[in-house]
Design a protein. Structure first.
Length: 210
């Protein structure tokens, strides 16, 4: 019987090289327009220790050892993964910055999104409060509401569930006033999905009458 010690050792770099479909591991493209930094970093969690420098061969910050060839190989793979999961705009920006390691690239991206975080939160909240149904369908209107709410949460500026419902009702046209009043006075207060469902039914009824 062959002992466990005789099994071939598979290097981490070799394991990383076997991954040919990166979309399975990181199914989002980091995009400044979508401000999806939180989602993108979540899918990189298994590589975080390496990217943040905790898995380097340096044992002392005062007298760091030079990186080994093994570490450099792994780091080059991770750096390529970062580039492959960026939007074209961010790819171009990172090329100009020319990071030498995955940590440098990671820190540059973190700074980019940190700089834009506050201004994006303010702009999105203004858009959220001024959002109106107008010519949108109920489904399209609620998709937009949920999208903005999700982005604000990822930016660290979440809006409470009750406030989201209230803002959604405020943006409705007069023809939904009756059902809106019913929703407002319900106990317990309806969540967004319930409101979405009720208004969709009302929209269908209004169309059938017309």
């Amino acid at each position: 019987m062959t002992g466990a010690s005789s099994q071939p050792v598979i290097l981490l770099s070799d394991k990383l090289m076997t991954i040919t479909n990166l979309n399975i591991i990181v199914p989002v493209k980091l995009n400044i327009d979508e401000m999806n930094y939180s989602s993108w970093t979540y899918f990189f969690k298994i590589l975080m220790k390496h990217i943040l420098g905790e898995s380097t061969d340096a044992t002392s910050s005062s007298d760091p050892a030079p990186p080994t060839s093994k570490w450099l190989k792994i780091d080059s793979i991770v750096l390529s993964w970062i580039f492959m999961t960026l939007s074209k705009t961010l790819q171009s920006r990172l090329v100009v910055e020319n990071p030498k390691t995955s940590k440098e690239a990671w820190d540059i991206l973190a700074e980019i999104f940190s700089d834009n975080k506050r201004s994006w939160s303010i702009a999105l909240k203004e858009e959220f409060h001024s959002l109106k149904l107008v010519d949108l369908s109920i489904d399209a209107y609620f998709r937009k509401i949920k999208s903005i709410a999700t982005i604000l949460a990822s930016l660290g500026s979440p809006i409470s569930k009750d406030d989201i419902v209230t803002i959604a009702l405020d943006g409705l046209s007069d023809k939904y006033e009756h059902v809106s009043n019913i929703i407002i006075h319900r106990e317990p207060f309806s969540d967004l999905n319930m409101v979405h469902s009720m208004l969709t039914i009302t929209e269908i009824q209004l169309k059938s009458r017309a």
